[in-house]
Write a protein that binds this ligand. Sequence first.
Ligand SMILES: NC(=O)c1ccc[n+]([C@@H]2O[C@H](COP(=O)([O-])OP(=O)(O)OC[C@H]3O[C@@H](n4cnc5c(N)ncnc54)[C@H](O)[C@@H]3O)[C@@H](O)[C@H]2O)c1
Length: 414
Amino acid sequence: MKIAVAGTGYVGLSIAFLLAQHQEVTALDIVPSKIEQLQAGISPIKDAQIEAFLSRQQQDPSALHFSATLDATAAYENAEFAVIATPTNYDSEQNSFDTSSVEAAIEAVRAVNAQAWIVIKSTIPVGYTERIRQSMGDSRILFSPEFLREGKALADNLHPSRIVVGAPQEDAAAWQAAHTFAELLRQEADPSERDRRNADGSQGIPTLVVGTTEAEAIKLFANTYLALRVAYFNELDTYAAVRGLDTRAIIQGVGLDPRIGSYYNNPSFGYGGYCLPKDSKQLLANYDSVPQNLITAIVEANRTRKHFIAGQVLERIEDIDQPVVGVYRLTMKEDSDNFRQSAVQDIIRELKQNGVRVLIYEPTLAAQRFLDCPVTADIDSFKRESTLIVANCWNEQLADVESKVYTRDLLNHD
Ligand SMILES: NC(=O)c1ccc[n+]([C@@H]2O[C@H](COP(=O)([O-])OP(=O)(O)OC[C@H]3O[C@@H](n4cnc5c(N)ncnc54)[C@H](O)[C@@H]3O)[C@@H](O)[C@H]2O)c1
């Protein structure tokens, strides 16, 4: 089957490589450097599995059926499915995602191919697919939410928690196409997933074909729950810090209830990354005239937490003459090269507003300045020059300067 994928970021590349195991996949981007890298067998993003797949293809060109191009006609012509994985950033003026890249990609597909089933993988507002099907007069558009984590993008598609595809049930052709696409994703997953036993006793990858609006809601409610969970353990930690209690002991005791669990419970400076901040804001916008308290609280809790952390840092340096606050890494996770919306950026902004000198250690950043602060890749001079080191994630690299480190990463996991 010929499949086109628009967007060669985390989502686009992981889907493209997943499907290229047995289907003919062409990935398209509008940024020439990304396509040049892919054509040279280099991954434009840090992802161990994608790098492994690319090097496999370099050694044996028949191992994968993957190519990359800037040419929309070459990508979309004759494709049976066109998967859209372009960015949807939250626009705070419009109070909604900016979906213009998705619309541009749909128009580009239709300019050369009237028949392809378009599957939107980008995260979109609840109700978007139905609106666009009507406004564009195009019934061949589906939506499939993506649940991958950055740094493990392809691994998460080879071992998916679940597969969800949305289509209007009353449209038999679209419903059938949604099942075909779900089956493609399922077949290309790691074969070990076929024998997997799920908590409800079912076997294999749980697969749902639902309405497009329900599929969109699944994505936003899942990410907003994850944001809630981070915010909850962060507020637990704020309470313990203010009252002089042992956060670790409280979290351990709370998590031993199996309904709560001892995972995804590590305090941090705030939830961040590309998706949780924007997706929770989009869900809040979708509530519009629907009664709620919690969704607002989830969005605001992150602001409160970051302000609290900045206050803790300011307190620690208030008696120091000419302090330099060293920020250890901008990324949210150790295995990521991406720091879009990382929580520490708002801490840096607040420190700068208070006239504090900030030095950033970020070896993945080529620029010499970020947020108007100097950036270094030299860990030794960074440790020497920093009066206090602020680290969202603890790393053994800091063990020899532990006494100057401020972190809330108490459990050393996600
Ligand atoms: N990153 C994640 O962890 C993640 C997880 C689930 C869902 N999502 C959602 O998936 C979407 C993509 O996220 P991402 O992290 O892969 O983004 P990304 O920024 O890493 O990649 C998007 C790519 O699309 C390209 N692009 C932009 N306009 C285009 C167009 N008209 N045609 C072709 N390519 C175009 C960009 O150049 C870029 O390479 C977003 O809506 C995001 O919310 C992301």
